[in-house]
Design a protein around this ligand. Structure first.
Ligand code: PLP
Length: 270
């Protein structure tokens, strides 16, 4: 028998929903973390009925089951970063908070998913309040798009909305501009102890001017993969933005709705 030397990759615990179109949600997260060299530890928080056009229904997984999965996994495997997407309901946030109380030092990347790009709801008011009041203060960074930021920070002005969230105990807010229009995407990182940092990125997809399905998930998962690998937050964001641009340039046609970023197209086996 030939002996093999085991190796470990940066391990990213993922809590997000299942999108059967494979465009957004936990499949986007798993592909992204894998493509960036990490090993995903995925926990499904909700099941959705959706296609590439929209979300039509969503049902949360039992919060007790999520609690058992977290405890079981943490007793066995090191976790180097945590990424959350759609969280199902506020009971799952409470379960995650209990977990974070025991593991306070793992970088937590929160994509505060509220609605699908097609307009379908992925969070009720209790979940939005639980994320805002209880989860955000534990996050390394939250990654709202313009619509989410305005709703969570109670202002259409990104700077005002971000400072409202920072005042509430959030460590950093990456306001993403991908859902806007215009030739450039501007992503801005707001932190309480220093001025904003801005990145201007070419909007790709010249022959297509709509949304791509699962870009928010891809960006946040890529940041988590970078943090799990030991990158500082700014560097993890820069790497994630490049990864998202590449995946969009190679976007896939899956169905009749939004194209899907191809997260594995540039993946090279070692
Ligand atoms: N998570 C799930 C399960 C979803 O179904 C969706 C959108 O459809 C999202 C997250 C958010 O997707 P996006 O990355 O396009 O914001």
């Amino acid at each position: 028998m030939r002996a093999i030397k085991l190796h470990q990759r940066p391990q990213v615990l993922i809590l997000s929903g299942l999108d059967p179109s494979g465009g957004a949600g936990i499949q986007a997260d798993i592909q992204t973390v894998t493509a960036l060299g990490g090993h995903p530890l995925p926990i499904v928080t909700c099941l959705t009925v959706q296609d590439t056009r929209n979300v039509y229904n969503a049902a949360p997984v039992d919060a007790g089951l999520v609690a058992d999965q977290l405890a079981c996994l943490a007793a066995d495997a090191p976790i180097h970063a945590i990424k959350t997407g759609a969280l199902g309901n506020s009971a799952i946030v409470d379960v995650l908070l209990e977990f974070l109380a025991i593991h306070p030092d793992i970088p937590l990347i929160v994509d505060p998913v509220i609605k699908a790009a097609g307009g379908g709801d992925l969070a009720d008011q209790a979940l939005i309040t639980a994320m805002r009041e209880k989860l955000f203060p534990h996050a390394d960074v939250i990654t709202p798009n313009g619509i989410e930021l305005a709703a969570l920070g109670h202002s259409p002005d990104a700077g005002a909305a971000a400072s409202e969230l920072l005042k509430n105990g959030c460590n950093a807010v990456l306001a993403t501009g991908g859902h806007g229009t215009g030739p450039d995407i501007i992503n801005t990182l707001f932190r309480a102890d220093r001025g904003p940092v801005e990145w201007t990125i070419d909007r790709v997809g010249a022959d297509y001017d709509g949304e791509f399905h699962g870009t928010g998930c891809t960006l946040a998962a890529a940041i988590a993969a970078g943090r799990a690998a030991g990158l500082e937050l700014d560097k993890a964001i820069e790497q994630a933005q490049k990864f998202v641009s590449g995946a969009i340039k190679d976007a896939l046609k899956v169905g009749e709705g939004q194209p899907v970023p191809d997260r594995i197209s540039r993946w090279q086996p070692k």
